[in-house]
Design a protein around this ligand. Structure first.
Ligand code: GLV
Ligand code: MN
Length: 195
């Protein structure tokens, strides 16, 4: 067994034709210091969208050096009033720290208990694995936070987009029954997301 059988790192080869549940490693000879540093968080994300927020991911797809290490981060920017909409991460717990502004941070347990707090710079939160959560900018100005995950690719199921902007669309009959409303309400919501 070669002594590099368990490796210090496995910088992702994002272009491999090998299909596994993850990315294979770049050959050692091709690994450079560049693979272990990521510049993507130095700029504010563009919050000009319906939600008024932007998640900039620092995960294995943007920062291949994270591959197999079980960690990643996001930068999340908020316009005044901006919302990072209710979503869940199927593969990770999340922790985060507010850097600027004032955020209402909330999550809902599988027992439908809602936990929330308004956080300002320097304050931290945790969202247990898989639970639905959001952050809303309740301050006067912009806000931003950094979040961290115990997965190199936590995934995100964004509820409004999952339910109302999937392709192909979920049949209205499912959504009218689930939310106990008429077709026009479902159509109005779907139309907001361009479907
Ligand atoms: C915030 O909830 C994030 O997923 O970065
Ligand atoms: Mn999240």
């Amino acid at each position: 067994v070669p002594d590099n059988c368990i490796q210090d790192f496995c910088v992702a080869n994002l272009n491999s034709s090998i299909s596994v549940n993850g990315f294979p490693c770049k050959p050692d000879a091709e690994v450079t210091s560049h693979d272990f540093f990521f510049d993507g968080f130095s700029k504010e994300g563009n919050t000009t969208n319906v939600f008024g927020s932007r998640v900039t991911p620092g995960n294995v797809l943007t920062f291949p050096g994270l591959n197999t290490l079980g960690i990643s981060m996001n930068r999340v920017d908020f316009a005044p009033g901006g919302l990072n909409p209710p979503h869940s991460h199927p593969r990770a717990s999340e922790t985060g720290v507010v850097i600027q502004g004032k955020l209402l941070v909330g999550f809902i347990t599988t027992g439908n208990v809602y936990h929330s707090k308004v956080l300002t710079a320097g304050q931290m939160f945790v969202v247990p694995k898989g639970l639905v959560h959001f952050q809303l900018n309740v301050g006067e100005g912009k806000a931003h936070a950094f979040t961290a995950f115990n997965s190199h690719l936590p995934g995100a199921a964004v509820l409004p987009l999952n339910l109302f902007a999937s392709a192909p669309a979920i049949p209205n009959g499912v959504l009218t029954k689930a939310f106990q409303v008429e077709d026009d309400v479902i159509n109005a919501i779907k139309s907001k997301f361009g479907s």
